[in-house]
Write a protein that binds this ligand. Sequence first.
Ligand code: C5P
Length: 248
Amino acid sequence: MTTEALYCVVPAAGRGARMGGDLPKQYLPLAGKPLLQHTLERLLGHPRIAGVVVALAAADPYWPALRLPAGKPLLTVTGGSERADSVLAGLHRLLELGVPATQCVLVHDAARPCLRHADITRLIELAVPAGGGLLAVPLRDTLKRADAQQRCIATEPRESRWRAQTPQLFPLGALRAALEAAQRAQCIVTDEAMAMELAGQYPLLVEGSEDNLKVTTPADLVLAEHLLAGSDAGPVWAVGRGAADGAR
Ligand code: C5P
């Protein structure tokens, strides 16, 4: 089992257009502080996270107002036009800092503030020896394919289907090479695992928690607020893997 602490890249340079409004979604108020602050506190508070590189939009005016814990490196870089560009900027910064290319790094969406510490721990323990992996949850609903009129035209099999989450964990150099190869092929990858799959790898799916939601719509923000309120009093929602996993 590895015990070294790992760096995490947080892409936070998106605008969050599906949320509406002027304020980028990562800065929307959530339980009394900006959403991104919750996400970074979760990461920096985990003993196996060595430090965080956050990719921000150019001239981001909201970042300086965040109040973040001292004690671990917290660096910023300017992100790019696609999520993968923002992640790559963070990876390059880590390489410049001298983090070995063979060391694993995590990548976590700024917009997932409810991440459980137990899930970070399990991801590191399972995905590092596997050469890379990601948190994900098996699909439990019946999956429909729609036509342009929003009518069901088929029911898709749900066996073997998972919903990918973050964090995702891969060796730094291999992830950089995979994302750059996808860029050269002009392929827009929506997560790190997709770039690794295109490079011929088979990332490990590590079962996470349903409540590690990506805040995308105003309704998600309300749900995240409930989840964070519940986490103060202990795990009040089902996680399906036993009480020990409820610890944050
Ligand atoms: O838009 P979506 O929710 O898929 O974005 C996922 C994450 O990627 C968010 O944290 C967002 O801020 C980030 N992102 C980024 N740079 C972009 C686009 C998205 O850092 N160009």
